[in-house]
Ligand binder design. Structure first.
Ligand code: ADP
Length: 480
């Protein structure tokens, strides 16, 4: 896989891989948890429903009523027939028990079920009315009214079919409830089996996806290893190429500069007529042309060399504490003749008490000379170039070179730090710049941890400001 493609591929990005895997696991765990919770809740509700209903209670309470009624009736018949062992107290006692059983039926567990069935409800109402109606008759019988006893015996006998119907109806409803419960349990088991199947499938899917992820990770590792090898190889080749470029440039510069210096030297000797005058004025003009072109070529070679040295990181700062005012004065003195020749006035303003600048003296001079020569070059006769320095509020130091020259358009300004970009190609040709001055200047400033800002208005002038950080400002008298 080509390097660019491999890096752009989403599979190859480890964070993409981990993110997708993490999301997958979270979704899976949430699904399994959610399913289990729903299932557990469903089971719980069904279980509660089932436990509320007890077939035994339902039937037992109804049967007990019938049994108590039989016992009461038997005690009454025995007492009425004066059988040995029978007594009126026994009859009253049995009636109390039967009465109590009625109360139990009304308040007991099964009552709700009884009331929910219209047939049972009707039978129970009837039984209730009749049995509770015996209250007064039992009291009368106990007081010696045999007629009352006979009436109860008659009514009690007539109650038998009603009570049988009551217990039969209870049995029926009980059986129906048992069937319902069985059906519900069957449904519950079906749901349980379905849930187990789903969870099994999920776990199977999870394992499958995990295996796939594992394979992808292994492949990504392999690709990364290959890529690292490729990168290492590319780095070695780049280093080799850079070394070859530097050697080539160094050799070429030497090879170019030596004959160029000879050309310049001989042309100058001839121009000055050291070994006799040059015959024709035209030859003198040509010699001027040779010297100018040669000087331009020399500065171009020097700029290209500087640039390549900076790019290769081969420039080391020789730092000392510099007096900013002095550095500015020295730079101004170097361009004074040129400025005077062009009719451009040079000014400078350096306030007292300015901190010293920790910088490379030669490089700072080169920075200032680049800015000053541009300012003079692009300022017409009668214009001004001013250099000023100041301490910034954060303790840093700023140096400003301002001219009243031709200035630049916004479009020119945007490309000003691109190597070989001439803002105005016609003028550049006239002025003979390499188009490397500002890119070199910016890199040199950045080597010092500083920044360069350039602002300009067409026909109004240009201001270049160098800003050095507080770490570069050395207060005079401070111990280093
Ligand atoms: P050069 O060596 O050609 O001057 P620079 O990188 O120093 O290269 O400048 C690039 C271009 O920026 C110049 O050709 C010019 O058009 C523009 N420039 C730079 N400084 C000034 C200035 N002070 N006033 C007007 N134009 C400027």
């Amino acid at each position: 896989m080509p390097l660019q493609q491999a890096l752009a591929s989403p599979q190859m990005r480890p964070e993409g891989l981990a993110g997708a895997g993490r999301r997958f696991v979270i979704v899976l765990v949430a699904t399994v948890l959610g399913l289990s919770t729903v299932l557990a809740a469903y089971f719980y509700v069904q279980q509660q429903e089932y436990s509320r209903f007890s077939f035994q209670n339902l039937v037992w309470e109804g049967v007990q009523l019938r049994n108590e009624h039989q016992a009461f009736r038997a005690a009454l018949v025995e007492a009425l027939g004066d059988l040995p062992g029978a007594s009126m107290q026994e009859v009253v006692q049995r009636y109390d028990i039967l009465y109590g059983r009625l109360d139990l039926l009304e308040t007991g567990h099964a009552n709700l079920t009884y009331q929910s069935d219209p047939r049972i409800r009707e039978l129970l109402l009837h039984v209730n009315t009749v049995i509770r109606g015996w209250d007064k008759l039992v009291a009368a019988y106990a007081a010696g009214d045999r007629e009352a006893g006979l009436r109860i015996a008659e009514e009690a006998r007539a109650m038998d079919p009603t009570l049988s119907a009551f217990t039969a109806a209870i049995n029926l409803i009980g059986a129906k409830r048992v069937d319902d419960a069985r059906e519900r349990m069957a449904r519950l088991y079906a749901a349980l089996i379905a849930a187990v199947v789903v969870i099994c499938m999920l776990v199977f899917g999870f394992a499958f996806a995990l295996l796939r992820q594992l394979k992808m990770t292994e492949k990504a590792h392999l690709d990364l290893r290959n890529m690292t090898v490729d990168l290492e190889q590319a780095r070695r080749e780049a280093e080799e190429a850079s070394r070859a470029k530097s050697t080539f440039l160094a050799t070429m510069s030497h090879e170019l500069r030596t004959p160029l210096n000879a050309i310049l030297g001989f042309a100058d000797i001839m121009r000055q007529g050291l070994f006799g005058p040059v015959g024709s004025q035209r030859y003198l003009d040509y010699l001027d042309g040779i010297v100018k072109s040669g000087q331009h070529l020399l500065s171009l070679i020097n700029d290209v060399l500087d640039m390549s040295r900076i790019e290769a990181g081969r420039i080391e700062l020789r730092e000392t504490n510099l007096d900013i005012g002095l550095a500015i004065d020295q730079a101004l003195s170097l361009v004074a003749v040129t400025a005077e020749g062009k009719g451009v006035t040079l000014q400078h303003s350096v306030p007292p008490g300015l901190p010293q600048l920790r910088a490379d003296e030669r490089l700072l001079r080169q920075i200032l000379l680049n800015l000053l020569s541009n300012a003079i070059k692009f300022t017409p006769e009668g214009g001004h170039v001013e250099v000023a320095a100041a301490t910034l509020t954060d303790g840093g130091v700023a140096i400003r070179v301002r001219d009243t020259g031709i200035g630049m358009s916004d479009a020119q300004l945007r490309r000003i730090f691109e190597p070989f970009s001439h803002g105005d190609s016609l003028r550049a040709r006239e002025t003979g710049g390499s188009g490397l001055g500002l890119p070199i200047t910016r890199r040199l400033v950045e080597l010092h941890g500083g920044q360069i800002h350039i602002s300009s208005r067409k026909s109004l002038g240009t201001t270049a400001t160098l800003v050095f950080p507080v770490a570069r400002a050395v207060t005079v008298g401070a111990v280093q």
